[in-house]
Design a protein around this ligand. Structure first.
Ligand SMILES: Nc1ncnc2c1ncn2[C@@H]1O[C@H](COP(=O)(O)OP(=O)(O)OP(=O)(O)O)[C@@H](O)[C@H]1O
Ligand SMILES: [Mg+2]
Length: 455
């Protein structure tokens, strides 16, 4: 069970119901024992009554007289007691008429017991010695059993009620206990790298919860410090790197204007300029990523028609593909508009397109399919390159990840295009993933964006 609240509720309900059930079971046992004892006492009293009726000289009476005397004294109460009296040789002296000819079974070695008699039902038997006779007096157990059955019905009803009540109370209690936790959770959830100044409200009561909130707030203080350190570092580092790079670029460009340079020297300067351009680009991308991580990159959402947006992109895509000696085709289905930051999504599509063009063989093509259904805009870019394994498809969105591909191609990328694309897609609350179209043939990269959203 995932939530503490439901666990508290459940444990509370179990404990309460189990306690009640134990009490009820104990009550059941004690009550039943008490009632059966009462029956035993009744049996004993009835025996005493019989003994009195028989008188002192009972041993010398004939069976007929005994029968007559007992019958006179007991038949009035015959519905309540069963009497069975026999002599030493099981010759019967008296058997009450309500036994309907049955005798009460004798359990050897026991003189108080419960037993079932055919045609009579369950009875409680008391066996008494009245030498030379053996007198058995029995009372029906049915009233006790009925009472206990009623007790059980009430008990189960009450137990069910108790369970429902315990669940309700448990739920209420858990809500009460967990309210501070919820407040902490909500606030902590709101506190992100872009709003590190918010703090969890700490109550006046000094309990474990307020202590926890205070500790978390201290942690947020430290995090805020660390984050501003990192941001300052990134900004300063890029500044520190960019200035010398610009100077290097400036000097290299000035050198190019020098007529005395040999061809080889000129080539070398050109290479330097190219590398400087690359490093500049990487620094810009890294800066973008660290700012995006810090939540400092804002996206400007605007309603766009996907068909028009992709149409404009396709013009550039066609030109790029043609330049590489490859084709580009695209389709779109679905009506409606999408709310996106056009410049950034274009950047993502360009990243994906350049990756796809890099691996697609000459005279082959890259295709882009877009669908807008149910408020989801999905664009997939499919190439005809060598594709990637499932594991590579997961890893390719990580920073600086590049796979030397069999098709050769331009392996000089920084491995930052896809991480940037992913962070832009995330800013749009969308997803990006890749699957190999067929094992070892072509890659399909899919972007899925919610069509409508707030900035
Ligand atoms: N369509 C594709 N087919 C096969 N491999 C791909 C494809 N797209 C990307 N990759 C692999 O994923 C790696 C990472 O791609 P990513 O775009 O992040 O970096 P890059 O293209 O190497 O460099 P950058 O985009 O920063 O210039 C690539 O180096 C390449 O090995
Ligand atoms: Mg790339």
């Amino acid at each position: 069970m995932k939530s503490i609240g439901s666990r508290i509720t459940l444990w509370y309900a179990i404990t309460l119901t189990a306690t009640l059930a134990t009490l009820f079971i104990a009550g059941h046992y004690l009550l039943e024992r008490y009632l059966v004892r009462q029956l035993d006492e009744l049996n004993e009293n009835q025996f005493k009554h019989l003994r009195a009726v028989l008188g002192q000289d009972y041993a010398s009476l004939t069976p007929a007289v005994i029968d007559e005397r007992i019958r006179e004294a007991t038949e009035s109460a015959s519905s309540m007691f069963y009497t069975d009296m026999h002599g030493p040789m099981t010759n019967r002296f008296f058997r009450s008429s309500n036994l309907h000819g049955q005798s009460i079974p004798d359990i050897v070695g026991q003189n108080i017991y419960s037993i079932s008699v055919d045609g009579v039902g369950e009875v409680r038997v008391g066996e008494f010695l009245l030498r030379p006779f053996d007198v058995m007096v029995a009372t029906p157990l049915a009233p006790v059993r009925d009472l206990m059955a009623g007790y059980r019905r009430v008990f189960f009803g009450l137990l069910l009620l108790a369970l429902v009540l315990a669940l309700l109370i448990g739920y209420g209690l858990s809500e009460l206990f967990l309210r501070p936790v919820r407040v902490i959770q909500e606030t902590a959830n709101r506190i992100r790298s872009d709003n590190l100044t918010e703090r969890i409200p700490v109550g006046n009561v000094k309990d474990e919860m307020s202590q926890l909130a205070a500790f978390l707030n201290q942690m947020f203080d430290r995090l805020e410090n660390a984050f501003s350190e990192i941001r300052r570092f990134s900004a300063e580092a890029s500044h520190e790197l960019k200035t010398p790079l610009s100077l290097m670029q400036l000097h290299a460009e000035r050198l190019l204007g020098d007529d005395t340079l040999t061809e080889a020297q000129r080539d070398s300067v050109m290479v330097q300029l190219e590398e400087i351009g690359r490093v500049n680009h990487i620094i810009d991308e890294l800066l973008f990523l660290s700012r995006a991580d810090a939540g400092a990159v804002l996206i400007e959402l605007a309603q766009q028609s996907p068909a028009a947006f992709l149409g404009a992109f396709a013009q550039d895509a066609n030109a790029l593909a043609e330049y590489d000696g490859k084709h580009f085709v695209w389709t779109h289905t679905g009506e409606g508009s999408v709310s996106i930051d056009g410049k950034r999504i274009r950047q993502v599509l360009l990243n994906l397109l350049t990756n796809a063009l890099k691996v697609t063989p000459l005279d082959s093509g890259v295709s882009m399919d877009s669908t807008l259904v149910d408020d989801r805009w999905r664009i997939s870019i499919v190439d005809e390159g060598p594709g990637l394994t499932t594991e590579q498809c997961e890893r390719m969105f990580e920073r600086f990840v590049r796979f030397g591909n069999a098709a050769g191609g331009d392996t000089r990328g920084a491995g930052l295009g896809l991480p940037i694309s992913r962070s832009i897609v995330k800013m749009h609350k969308g997803r990006i993933w890749a699957t190999s179209r067929d094992v070892g043939r072509g890659l399909r990269v899919v972007i899925e964006l919610p069509a409508t959203q707030r900035a």
